[in-house]
Design a protein around this ligand. Structure first.
Ligand code: T3D
Length: 263
């Protein structure tokens, strides 16, 4: 029996989602992308409070499965790459960005092309010290996609992003950390356990505030300052109405630790 291309495991309040085509470094097919979307939907339906996304084997993801699209080139035709993006990648990325819980990516090995884009789509990005990041697109004559041209300059700055996206150079985990591409690096030997422990801590936090914070940050790139102040007032109103906020204020005043329930 063929193994599912995406594995889903409930680990307490954390949904652990694993890209599972290790023989091809978890290269992305429409089936895998659909499985990932289904896993994201399931995590939301089950009320999980963090989604931890990682890869099976020695890679996180080598990006688009290049073998699976080769038919599109038959007879010298131009493949419908725009259609592939619109039909498979874009709905998935939109769903991940709107998750009602933080998305934590745990980059266990190489992340290339759209796999790198997926790795950097997390609200928080973790990497094993053996991970590496390759934009890869220009190496095969393509432009960056899967949102990488949006997220990369915002993480590492326009100059570095431009150089990296044009040269297709590979970045190691230490450089990725120093540039702000990832937030934490853990030793490869304990990476899976460290990533789960980190995700469990996030999942025990103020989930609604985390999601509203993501919305505020995302919108901040497009809004003038005065409009951003208006949005922060609106979202703070929502955060202030959560049980977690009320509970945290009571805990502070009673000099005890707060317990968050994600509502
Ligand atoms: O609509 C659209 O726009 C399409 C979307 C495009 C988005 C993209 O992601 S474009 C970029 C696609 N990805 C790449 O170009 C990366 C290709 N892979 C590599 O350059 C290298 O494999 C890596 C740098 C990622 C890792 O190198 P290494 O030496 O650690 O591993 P390897 O030996 O090259 O790969 C191991 C196996 O995985 C190998 O298979 P084999 O020989 O053992 O049978 C290799 O062919 C396979 N593999 C790696 N990447 C892909 C792949 N198979 C299919 N598609 C891949 N992308």
């Amino acid at each position: 029996m063929t193994e599912a291309p995406v594995l889903y495991e409930a680990d307490g309040a954390v949904a652990v989602v694993t890209l599972n085509r290790p023989e091809v470094l978890n290269a992305l097919t429409p089936e895998l992308l659909g499985g990932l979307r289904a896993a994201a939907t399931r995590a939301a339906e089950e009320g999980k409070r963090a989604l931890l996304l990682t890869g099976a084997g020695r890679g996180f993801s080598a990006g688009q499965d290049l073998a699976s699209i080769q038919d599109g080139y038959a007879g010298g035709r131009a493949p419908d790459l725009g259609g592939l993006l619109r039909e498979t990648y874009h709905p998935l990325l939109a769903e991940l960005r709107a998750l009602p819980m933080p998305l934590i990516t745990a980059v266990n090995g190489v992340a290339a092309g759209a796999g790198m884009a997926l790795a950097l789509a997390g609200d928080i990005r973790l990497a094993a010290d053996t991970a590496r990041f390759a934009t890869a697109f220009t190496k095969i004559g393509l432009v960056p996609d899967a949102g990488l041209a949006y997220v990369l300059p915002r993480l590492i700055g326009a100059g570095r992003a431009s150089a990296l996206l044009i040269t297709g150079d590979t970045v190691d985990a230490q450089t990725a950390l120093a540039w702000g591409m990832v937030d934490r690096v853990f030793p490869a030997g304990s990476f899976a356990a460290d990533a789960r422990a980190f995700a469990a801590t996030v999942a025990a936090g103020a989930t609604r505030a985390y999601v509203l914070t993501r919305e505020l940050l995302d919108r901040s790139w497009e809004l003038p300052y005065a409009a951003l102040l208006g949005l922060e007032a609106e979202l703070q109103q929502q955060a202030g109405a959560t049980a977690d906020h009320r509970g945290a204020i009571a805990a502070f005043l009673e000099k005890r630790s707060a317990t968050f329930e994600g509502r």
